[in-house]
Design a protein around this ligand. Structure first.
Ligand code: CO8
Length: 372
């Protein structure tokens, strides 16, 4: 059986940034307008007044300080509250393909590979901008990669699930290399008018090049093993889908965007992730002392602090469990890959670490790697 390795990663970061203060100012202006427009109903008790958001709450509840977005003006416009992304003709690259290609080119440079040497493209993200043709096939065409391509969606765990899928194909010998891209345009399916979640997400695209270990040209990370798990939950849900028209549900309903019961997610996902990682490490004969770094899903700082302490059996030292959510917010499946991409170059040959994502489904994916 072949050994698979991560030979390169790339991150495309949109230029536009929304700070917590900017976000809260826009939300509060929207809430004031809403309350003024519905003053009579609010007084009569038939409509609930929108409460104000708070930058202090956002920072202390989540650790998030800012987020990158594709379109800041549309999101911050109190009369709109979602991005404005102009429609493109079928002849132009789609937005997801465009930003995935930007991340992919960076990953290919790091891997010292040409696009034509890639045998498979997996576009793994929490929402795909159209049903078909697969965005991955468009990315294959734009880059000039060989073989085949397909889309997959496991929400926040899409990238780790795709890494296992690609690594398994490399191990089995059906491909020699793969590109896993996660273009996450979360701003388009976040409900920016909901105080409980308006601060959570940001946009980004990540790319990971995987190859047979004997094809690695620069430094790389051998994939020691991977593990995936799922357990059905409605606590993170988005009901938008192709059956809407058949149900006469084309209006702008709240459940057509991201919905969650954040408290329950927090409580239920933490034990699931802690047990998943503990089992994965035990089955590989690894203990906390064998791990130099944890690259965790980037949803909430307290969640990561808890998981880090649980996995290592102590408070992680500075740099041992790097967070990027303060700069990017939750970027769904891309979060743990950004942390890995930004905070792995200093590891030495033989150093081991763990990439772990978790989220809607529920889903958990872990990837044990070793620097080679
Ligand atoms: N400003 C001020 N106050 C607020 C705000 C705000 N913005 N929001 C809520 N509050 C208030 C609440 O109303 C509540 O008030 P009260 O006590 O009077 O009822 C109080 O603050 C506390 O609220 P919460 O209990 O909700 O606050 P938490 O401490 O639980 O923090 C979090 C909220 C940060 C959302 C936290 O629960 C959390 O991070 N949970 C885990 C979330 C998570 O990991 N979700 C995963 C989702 S990602 C995923 O799976 C991918 C999905 C696909 C991508 C979708 C892209 C759009």
């Amino acid at each position: 059986m072949q050994s698979a390795a991560i030979a390169g990663t790339g991150v495309f970061t949109p230029d536009e940034i929304i700070t917590n203060d900017e976000l809260v100012a826009s939300f509060n202006a929207y809430a004031d307008r809403f309350n003024a427009a519905h003053a009579a109903e609010i007084a009569a008790g038939t409509v609930v007044a929108k409460p104000q958001s708070s930058a202090e709450f956002i920072k202390s509840a989540s650790g998030i300080e800012q987020r990158h977005v594709i379109d800041k003006a549309g999101v911050l416009d109190p009369g709109r509250m979602y991005p404005r992304i102009p429609a493109r003709s079928d002849e132009e690259p789609s937005l997801m393909a465009e930003i995935a290609v930007k991340a992919a080119r960076l990953a290919l440079v790091q891997a010292q590979m040409e696009a034509g040497e890639i045998d498979a493209v997996l576009c793994a993200a929490s929402n795909i901008e159209r049903a078909y043709p697969a965005v991955a096939v468009e990315i294959q065409d734009l880059l000039g990669t060989g073989g085949f391509a397909f889309d997959m969606n496991v929400a926040c765990s899409s990238a780790t699930f795709a890494i296992q899928t690609a690594a398994d194909m490399i191990r089995a010998g059906s491909i020699r290399s793969a590109l896993v891209v996660s273009p996450e345009i979360t701003s388009a399916h976040l409900e920016w008018r909901d105080r409980d979640c308006h601060f959570i997400f940001g946009d980004v695209a990540t790319a990971v090049v995987l190859t047979r270990e004997d094809m690695v040209r620069g430094s790389a990370f051998r994939i020691l093993s991977t593990r995936l798990g799922t357990k059905f939950s409605n606590n993170i849900r988005n009901n938008n889908g192709f059956l809407r028209r058949t149900r006469d549900q084309m209006e702008d309903r709240r459940d057509m965007q991201f919905m969650q019961n954040g408290r329950k997610v927090f409580k239920e996902v933490l034990p699931m992730v802690s047990a998943h990682i503990a089992d994965h490490m035990a089955d590989e004969g690894l203990t906390a002392a064998d791990l130099k770094r944890l690259w965790l899903h980037q949803a909430n700082k307290s969640m990561n602090d808890y998981i880090g302490a649980k996995v290592l059996g102590r408070t992680p030292e500075a740099g041992e469990q790097p967070n990027i959510l303060q700069d990017y917010a939750n970027t769904s499946s891309a979060g743990s890959i950004i942390a890995f991409s930004r905070h792995s170059a200093d590891l030495l040959a033989g150093d081991r670490g763990l990439i772990c994502s978790f989220g809607a489904g529920y889903s958990v994916g872990s990837v044990l790697v070793e620097r080679v």
